[in-house]
Structure formats: C-alpha cells, structure tokens
Design a protein around this ligand. Structure first.
Ligand code: SF4
Length: 296
C-alpha cells in the first residue's frame, strides 16, 4: 500500500443536497488517537502518500496536529480534498504550505452564487472562488473536482470559462454517485451518454485545459475520450469510513458496482463497471463490451 485516504470525520461547512456522505454527517469527527494510529500503521507498511478528506477536512481542529504527525512518520506527499472555503484565509493557506509538497482537490460544481447556494445550501461561492485564487497566487498544485449531475450540465462550459479566468489549469469531472438520493435519482443523475456528448464539446473547445473524467465506464467514453480517463486506484487505497471500518477501493467497488454485460470486455479488469443504483434505474443498454484495446 502506498496511499492512505483518511476521512477526518463527516462534519462539513457546506450542506450539499447531493452529498455522498449526507446520512453520515452526525458522525462529525473520528477520534484523533484512532486516526494517528492508522497513519502510523500505514507508515510502517511503507505508505508515503496521505489524502485527507471528509466531510470537510480543513475545518478539523486537529488538522495541523495530524499533518505534523504524518510528516514525522515519513509521509512525503499530502493531498487534501476540500470545498475550498477555508482556503480563502491567506494565513491558513500559508500555514498549510509549510507542509509542502501538498496538493488540493477543490470541489466546485456551480458557476454562480445563487446556484451554489441552491445546491450546497450555504453562501459559500465567494469563499471557494477566493480559495482558488489563493491557490493560484501561491502556485499550489490543485485540480478542481466537478461532480457531473443533471442540475449542472447546462453550466459546464460556464464553469470551465470561470476557472480559466481564475488561471486554474485542470479539472476532474466525477460522475455523480447517486446512492444517497434515491428518491430523487432521476432529478440528479443523468444518463452517461448524455454527459459524454457534453464533455466531448468541452474538451474540443479547451484543448489546452487538463481534463480528467472519473466514474464513467470506458466503453461509454469510447476511443475519443479514453485519454481523459482518470487513473483508477484499486488495492492501495484505504478509506476510513463510518463505524471505524476500513475498506480497500477493491472492496468498495465490489459492494457498489455491477458488470451486467461486460463479458469479454478488454477493459473489465480496469473498470469500475456501473453503480448498482444506476443499473436498477437506467439499465445497462449503454454498455458495449470492448473487444480490442483502443490506442491511448
Ligand atoms: S467492463 Fe463493462 S462497463 Fe467497463 S468498459 Fe467494459 S463493458 Fe464497459
């Protein structure tokens, strides 16, 4: 194992309606002793890369204590998955940068304050934008993560334009999970094929912008977009999740995914398949097993 993803708890200063962890938010923070123990054990096993996520990891009162501890245990690379709001505080960013190398994945899903407010249920737009500006100002490595969902499909171009104006250089599109919004599934979760058409356009219009795509099966991305597929981490990743249980990415994949008509597909061993909920609601007619590898 070379990478540990550690959730510090599910407390968050946003309240997104599509949040993957919304039913766990009452479990605000995990015990520091437990987190340090995990950091320590993984370090002893040779782990050098630490991802801190949540919830919102940057609001944890133990953030710097945990980062210092990880550094003292030999972690060489740190990555933080954040909504970016805390990064609007300059001194806070400067303090984080004392732990460089450090990278950020900043969630940003809507291009206006009103839309941000509507779907994240807080007035956080300006803070996230200012957070991104600080990362640019201090030349921090970061990527923006935009969850692809029906409500933001009409705004994807606007989001990229805005990010380009801010001098961001890369974006990761993550297809919405949807298992936490089953009663409203069709309101939030688009068909893969609908999304892919929009992404093709955006990629064509922004050849110099780094664009990666997660959680859309390779066979649906097709040859045209395969170069944009984000790398998949299978066995090395461990998530601390609710109830102090650990799952490898492989285990999570087995729990959440199905491979309905993937027999004989050359990408089968390197594919997350489709989520069970997607299969139950939309079926699998979009999946077409690939018989010969496409050139990447
Ligand atoms: S394994 Fe299944 S879902 Fe994945 S690319 Fe192949 S056919 Fe598509």
């Amino acid at each position: 194992m070379d990478m540990l993803e550690l959730k510090l708890g599910y407390a968050c200063n946003n309240n997104c309606v599509f949040c993957l962890n919304k039913e766990k938010r009452y479990y605000k923070k995990f015990p520091v002793k437990f987190l340090k123990n995990k950091i320590n054990i993984s370090a002893q096993q040779g782990c050098e890369r630490l991802i801190l996520s949540g919830g919102e990891p940057l609001i944890s009162l133990h953030l710097f204590d945990l980062i210092s501890f990880a550094k003292s245990r030999g972690y060489k690379k740190l990555e933080i998955h954040t909504n970016g709001r805390m990064l609007s505080y300059e001194d806070f960013v400067k303090k984080l940068l004392t732990f460089s190398p450090i990278g950020f994945l900043v969630s940003f899903h809507f291009p206006t304050p009103l839309l941000y407010m509507k779907y994240s249920q807080v007035d956080g737009f300006d803070q996230t934008i200012n957070g991104i500006k600080k990362l640019v100002k201090y030349r921090c490595g970061f990527t923006v993560n935009t969850v692809l969902m029906k409500p933001n499909l009409p705004y994807l171009k606007e989001i990229v334009d805005l990010l380009r104006n801010l001098k961001a250089k890369s974006i990761q599109y993550t297809f919405i999970d949807g298992h936490n919004i089953l009663p409203e599934y069709k309101k939030f979760v688009p068909r893969y094929s609908q999304v892919v058409k929009i992404l093709e356009k955006i990629i064509k219009q922004n050849p110099d912008f780094q664009i990666k795509i997660r959680d859309i099966p390779t066979c649906i991305l097709k040859k045209q977009l395969i170069n944009h597929l984000a790398p998949i981490h299978f066995s090395e990743r461990i998530n601390l999740t609710i109830g102090k249980r650990f799952f490898t990415s492989e285990g999570i994949r087995e729990m959440q995914s199905v491979y309905p008509n993937c027999e004989g597909c050359v990408y089968r061993s390197n594919c997350f398949g489709i989520k069970k909920a997607y299969f139950q609601i939309y079926g699998s007619d979009e999946l077409k097993p690939v018989k010969r590898m496409w050139k990447e």
